[in-house]
Design a protein around this ligand. Structure first.
Ligand SMILES: [Zn+2]
Length: 82
């Protein structure tokens, strides 16, 4: 992934996780740039498919495209639920 693309994602996120909105300044572990649709699912390294993510969100999401909300039992799609 090009450094310019990474920098564009960082600037768009303005120092916050793009999933949970946690400010990067509040944690010790550096945020990561991850694929919303994982590479294994043919996700591209394009701005619209990249997210600046805290470690917790990155590990929780993994390569999945969707998950089940434990409270509502509804299917949630990453990148579409804010
Ligand atoms: Zn997060």
């Amino acid at each position: 992934m090009a450094e310019t693309t990474k920098e564009q994602v960082r600037q768009r996120a303005a120092g916050r996780c793009e999933y949970c909105r946690l400010p990067e300044a509040h944690v010790l572990t550096p945020f990561r740039i991850e694929h919303v649709v994982a590479k294994q699912h043919r996700g591209k390294a394009a701005l619209g498919n990249l997210a600046y993510a805290c470690l917790r969100c990155n590990l929780h999401k993994g390569p999945n495209l969707a998950g089940i909300d434990p409270l509502t039992k509804k299917r949630l799609f990453w990148g579409l639920c804010g």
